[in-house]
Design a protein around this ligand. Structure first.
Ligand code: NAP
Length: 318
């Protein structure tokens, strides 16, 4: 039988790495699987200005490198693999990647969330040809161009501001007049002379030119239903995220949006499986809260493993 690890951590954002730091320092010799996007969503963001301890801010990718270094310093084994099969039906739990099978007494899930898309046919068809869900990744492809950002949350404001470094004009398209984004982010966008606004507008379609690249969008007024065409070179979708729970959501309790339900800290509906970060938090979704729940998951796992080691084996119970 393959080695049974005390703890396997799946996911490498602030939640996963923090869980690894705590689990490693508790001598649980964690193995952490980084997944398809090592470092998680912070690796596709720019300045992180609100993580305490970095008064001047820090670039997201750099911060995640520091998290990783700290996890490794205490002995976390880090694997650049994606776990794509989970079996939580019996203990030890079995996890599989394309390269092998792994067993663990406790599992900490920190697989995070990914960008949500609108679901328009041309949105996926034109992805990489003028449509993007990541300004940090693709903004530099739009020097002196006009682009749109869809959404009214902090992501939309942040992406719009960032895109003004390259684009000549950035138009925020939002389906309402009120914003989910924090006031400071809205104020910053409003103060940016390169940012224009199309409020009470939904994205109805994205049109391509003869070159196969985005040339315009159809916007639908959410109050009057009127549809109008607006020329643009690029469309950045920034309408939130969906949790990455698809590989195991049939084995754990999740809510209607796929977020893993946790009780009593980070305990999931399966004993010995813990969840942290954006995978279970659809409310705060910040690097600092993800790190906080990662810490909780490691402590919960450590205490649970400790309880198991003192548990009376079933066959000796009266
Ligand atoms: P969000 O807060 O959930 O906002 C999503 C936005 O997209 C909302 O304005 C929503 O409109 C709109 N939207 C959703 N589905 C839509 C659809 N089908 N069609 C059109 N519009 C749609 O997501 P987020 O902006 O990604 O932020 C997520 C979390 O990360 C938040 O907690 C945020 O504070 C945090 N964050 C923080 C920072 C920072 O502090 N620097 C930066 C980025 C993100 P409605 O409002 O009408 O629902």
């Amino acid at each position: 039988m393959s080695e049974v690890h005390d703890v396997i951590i799946v996911g490498s954002g602030p939640a996963g790495y923090t869980a690894a730091i705590y689990a490693a320092r508790a001598n649980l010799k964690p193995v952490l699987f980084q997944g398809m996007q090592p470092g998680g969503q912070l690796t596709i963001t720019t300045d992180v200005e609100n993580f305490p301890g970095y008064p001047k801010g820090i670039m997201g990718p750099e911060m995640m490198e520091e998290f990783k270094e700290q996890a490794e310093r205490f002995g976390t084994e880090i694997k650049f693999e994606e776990i794509n099969e989970f079996d939580f039906s019996k203990r030890p739990f079995t996890l599989k990647s394309d390269f092998g099978e792994f067993k663990a007494n406790a599992v900490i899930l920190s697989t995070g969330a990914s960008a949500r898309l609108l679901g328009l046919e041309n949105e996926s068809k034109l992805m990489g040809h003028g449509v993007s869900a990541c300004a940090t990744c693709d903004g530099a492809f739009f020097p002196d161009k006009e682009v749109l950002v869809i959404g009214g949350g902090d992501s939309a404001m942040e992406e719009a501001n960032y895109l003004t470094r390259f684009a000549s004009k950035v138009t925020i398209v939002h389906r309402r007049e009120e914003f989910r984004a924090s006031n400071i982010m809205v104020d910053r966008a409003k103060a940016n002379p390169k940012i224009a606004w199309e409020l009470n507008k939904g994205l109805d379609d994205i049109l391509a030119g003869d070159d196969g690249k985005v040339r315009a969008v159809m916007l639908k007024d959410t109050k009057t239903g009127e549809v109008s065409e607006l020329a643009t070179d690029g469309v950045f979708i920034a309408i939130g995220h969906v949790p990455n729970s698809h590989y195991f959501k049939d084995q754990l309790e999740t809510d209607e949006n796929g977020y893993v339900v946790v009780n009593n800290g980070t305990h999931t509906s399966v004993e010995g499986v813990f969840a942290c970060g954006d995978l279970m938090d659809h409310v705060y979704r910040q690097a600092i809260t993800a790190a906080g729940t990662g810490c909780m998951a490691a402590i919960d796992a450590e205490r649970w493993l400790e309880e198991q080691s003192h548990a009376v084996p079933a066959e000796t119970q009266a």
